[in-house]
Design a protein around this ligand. Structure first.
Ligand SMILES: [Mn+2]
Length: 412
């Protein structure tokens, strides 16, 4: 699978190019402590390896002359006793399918050799996968390029983010299977939260039930859980989760499991005491119908902006009908985010501006309504797989109808 992906990428790369993808390193947090290591997702996508400080180099001279090399750190016996062993060449070869495994101290000379093919200097392109955020800060790929530039002044640096993005945005069967697994665990986590919810429950208590299920299922959190009761739910990325609910508050839980780096991104909103008030029902029903609208129209050829425009049009009518747009208020006063983003190895997965959806894209569908004055924030978020002519709601198994939520919570 990884070899196939590298082969596909190589066909998209320029002739006479050296492409470098890095696994990355964990940065220091406080003193000698480090943040948990997060592998660069493109590196993982093309190698299946999730260890620190590995480098993939792809060389393309022409369509028939390509080369792939993986650079690793030498095994360190003492380090192995403290934090575990580094990956050995054999294991790296087995997982990634790359035959040519070398040690990192030969990275620069190896690239130098490739750049002097047949003894002549050619206009090589050093490529990397740099996101918007990475381009704004010191970056190891750019540092490496600058070193190479010292003795290969003709080298130019090209960002191949767009090419990688075009591949990563279309998920294959294996990837969809892993996303489904992440959704399944998320479903169990949400059900457990609903079961143990009660009037005046603490937000962090509900969060803990979700975390417990994830740990038991060998999953990590896809992102910091948002568990927001009452007014807190009107803050889109509230994650203090340290307040307790009022008796009849709604709780908005935006969360997801991550399974083998593939993510779920789900939101459910439910009454802490198991019973919606009439006002909550009225507003929840509008959000639910917005969600069903998106599900009905999402298909190849559309952009996520098209989907959001449809939600805005729908809200114009629905919010006016219940008087929320009187006195100059606009839809944006109650709904101030977009309805959809790509989902995959990253929660906000790679995408290009105005890119049209294709079969195999996985996107979120997350309309919401937020009424600060009434202490009500509602969002319903599902994960959709775009198919040949429409979409499949991968999270349809997570209950969201008012009657289903009330029945489930009261039974428990
Ligand atoms: Mn989302």
């Amino acid at each position: 699978m990884y070899a196939k992906r590298r082969k596909q990428l190589l066909t998209m790369l320029e002739q006479y190019s050296v492409t470098v993808l890095m696994a990355g390193k964990a940065p220091y947090s406080i003193g000698d402590a480090k943040y948990p290591f997060q592998v660069n997702r493109s590196f993982y996508y093309y190698t299946g390896l999730d260890r620190e400080n590995l480098v993939l180099v792809l060389v393309k001279l022409d369509e028939n002359t390509t080369k792939e090399m993986l650079f690793i750190e030498p095994y360190d016996e003492l380090l192995a006793k403290w934090v575990g062993g580094r990956i050995r060449p054999k294991q790296a070869r087995e997982i990634s399918g790359i035959e040519d495994i070398r040690y990192l101290d030969s990275l620069l000379p190896s690239i130098g050799t490739e750049m002097n093919f047949n003894g002549r200097a050619v206009d090589f392109v050093l490529c990397g996968d740099l996101t918007k955020q990475e381009l704004d800060q010191p970056n190891a790929t750019v540092d490496l390029f600058n070193k190479i530039k010292e003795y290969q002044p003709q080298a130019v640096c090209t960002n191949i983010y767009d090419k990688i993005c075009l591949m990563r945005m279309v998920k294959d069967e294996k990837e969809i299977e892993l996303i489904k697994k992440a959704i399944e665990v998320t479903q169990e986590g949400i059900a457990t939260m609903m079961k143990y919810s009660h009037a005046n429950v603490w937000e962090n208590e509900l969060e803990a039930y979700f975390d417990f299920v994830l740990k038991c299922k060998q999953c990590d959190k896809a992102f910091t859980t948002i568990c927001a009761t009452g007014k807190n739910a009107t803050i889109l990325h509230y994650n203090d989760n340290n307040q307790y609910a009022k008796t009849d508050d709604l709780v908005l839980c935006d969360l997801g499991a991550s399974y083998q780096y593939y993510n779920a991104d789900i939101t459910r909103t439910f009454p802490v005491n198991g019973k919606f008030t009439n006002r909550q029902k009225q507003l929840y029903d509008i959000v639910l119908r917005a969600s069903k609208l998106v599900e009905a129209i999402a298909k190849p050829g559309m952009t996520t902006k098209d989907l959001n425009d449809e939600v805005l049009k729908f809200y114009e009518v629905e919010l006016a009908a219940i008087g929320l747009l009187d006195n100059g208020a606009t839809v944006k006063d109650y709904y101030y985010h977009n309805v959809s983003h790509m989902l995959g190895l990253e929660v906000h997965d790679v995408t290009l501006p105005d890119v049209k959806l294709k079969p195999g894209c996985v996107i979120t569908n997350e309309p919401g309504l937020y009424l600060e004055d009434e202490d009500i924030g509602i969002r319903i978020e599902d994960d959709l797989l775009i198919t040949g002519d429409g979409c499949i709601n991968l999270s349809a198994g997570i209950i969201r109808e008012i009657e289903d939520i009330e029945a489930f919570m009261n039974k428990n």
